[in-house]
Write a protein of this length. Structure first.
Lengths: 243, 234
């Protein structure tokens, strides 16, 4: 595992004055944010608040109009140590085992070794029984797991997750949270978007609260849930509709 | 109606007795078309994928032109290849005119745009699905093309089979550049044209049925090998 003791940690990640737009529509910003070396950051906010855009900006999937996104190391190095799990899992038209091993294939790892690691990860995320099944055919509750294993298999230093449990029921959610907790213990930095307050309470070390494309709060989790500073955050925690 | 029936009987006799001339014609037809489609696929499939993952200035025009070329008139292609390969043409020294090679060249030109265009459309849909993942994983351009071609392979078979269908039934171009020479460049379609003009409708009909049968057999074989109809989602 890559840990923060690694001499060339890609963190902290610093966003300053970042603005993102798409087709003249304002999506995000300007935002300033620093992602430190440890823990779990939960990005909270209602639909359309800018959670996904914020994650995509950090990961480099979304172009920015202004500001800067700086890693502690060169961007080309940093790109190789990040992983991203999308809200709707991308099911490759391959067997589960090949789908999980895919990043290793891209990096030229030999097939046998890649398959062995994929098997290992499949067991960890509870997919051992569907290894040879075509990935798009596994059941809905399991679809996020190959994506998660695929993200973790190349041992990223930071893992972005965009509402990985959005369409899942209790049990699948718990299984995914277990996998994430283990990854954190192994030293993986996690930044995850969710609007599930229960999940945020269970996982978060600190919370970034997004509303209307702006970051309204960046605080430690216990402070955020007990004493939110902004009325929007208070309303959100109380389950009211925030727009 | 009568000629269809006698044609059927004639065809049956020719097939059952494995008529030497017929077998020769059938094999040449297959050799020319399969070679041409294989070459066209080797160019067209990567080209289709390349057009999907690359953004460049004349991309839209290139794709439109490629789509238009799907309907390229074979006779014109035949004429063009004829001029290129004739004694006085730029490639005249190779002495390729009226050989199976000339027929293959003409068919590659006819079929390649078709394969590239259909595969481009297929791969575009897959790219929409895979885009974020491949960008997120830092896949290089070459890797993106390779992944899209591999994961889209079942749908791409359709593109190749469409190319095969166009090539096996094509007569205009190969008549011009091949010359329909007995035991040398005579294939099923040129024979049918010849027999029809000779008034041998029954025999022509028989050859036609064999041609259709051949096309169906090749399609069935490919579909069986690739299991396309079993996993219906792709």
């Amino acid at each position: 595992m890559v840990t923060d003791q690694s001499p060339k940690s890609i963190l902290p990640l610093v966003l300053s004055g970042v603005v993102a737009r798409a087709r003249k529509k304002h999506l995000l910003g300007p935002v300033d944010l620093t992602i430190g070396k440890r823990g779990v950051t939960i990005v909270m906010g209602s639909n359309g608040a800018g959670k996904t855009t914020l994650l995509r900006v950090m990961h480099g999937l979304q172009r920015i109009k202004a500001g800067s996104v700086d890693w502690a190391v060169d961007e080309s190095v940093a790109r190789r140590k990040q992983a991203y799990v999308f809200q709707s899992p991308i099911m490759m038209r391959r067997r589960v085992i090949d789908s999980i091993a895919f990043p290793l294939f891209l990096n030229g790892v030999a097939k046998r070794s890649a398959h062995k690691q994929a098997e290992d990860w499949a067991i960890r995320v509870g997919l051992a029984h569907v290894l040879q099944v075509w990935a798009p055919m596994i059941s809905g509750g399991e679809k996020q797991k190959p994506a998660l294993a695929r993200a973790l298999i190349y041992q990223p230093e930071i893992l972005f997750l965009d509402e990985p449990c959005a369409n899942l029921n209790g049990r699948s959610t718990r299984e995914i949270e277990d996998i994430l907790t283990k990854a954190v213990m192994a030293g993986t930095r996690i930044v995850m978007a969710t609007h599930n307050i229960g999940q945020a309470r269970r996982l978060a070390n600190d919370v970034v609260f997004v509303c209307g494309g702006k970051i309204l709060e960046t605080t430690a989790a216990d402070v955020f849930f007990d004493q939110p500073k902004t009325p929007e955050a208070l309303a959100f925690i109380n389950g009211e509709i925030v727009e | 109606m009568d000629s269809i029936f006698t044609g059927l009987m004639d065809a049956l006799v020719l097939i059952l007795t494995l008529d030497k001339d017929l077998v020769e014609i059938v094999f040449l037809s297959l050799r020319v078309t399969v070679t041409a489609v294989a070459i066209a696929a080797m160019i067209g499939l990567p080209l289709g994928a390349w057009l999907v993952v690359n953004r460049f200035r004349f991309r839209r025009i290139t794709i439109s032109v490629l789509n238009a070329l799907m309907g390229l008139p074979p006779v014109v292609v035949g004429l063009f290849v004829y001029l290129m390969l004739s004694r006085s043409g730029p490639f005249g020294v190779f002495g390729l005119l009226f050989t199976p090679t000339a027929m293959i060249i003409a068919q590659v030109i006819i079929v390649m745009p078709l394969i590239a265009s259909i595969s481009h459309q297929t791969i575009r849909d897959l790219w929409a699905e895979y885009h974020d993942l491949l960008i997120s994983l830092n896949a290089s351009r070459a890797q993106r093309i390779k992944v899209l071609l591999w994961d889209g392979r079942r749908a791409l078979i359709t593109a190749v089979l469409a190319g095969f269908g166009r090539a096996i039934g094509e007569v205009g171009a190969i008549m011009i550049v091949g010359g329909n020479i007995d035991h040398s460049t005579r294939v099923l379609t040129t024979s049918i044209a010849l027999e029809t003009s000779k008034g041998n409708f029954a025999f022509a009909m028989g050859l036609g049925l064999i041609l259709i049968g051949l096309a169906i057999a090749v399609n069935l074989t490919i579909h069986t090998i690739s299991k396309t109809e079993r996993a219906s989602t792709w």
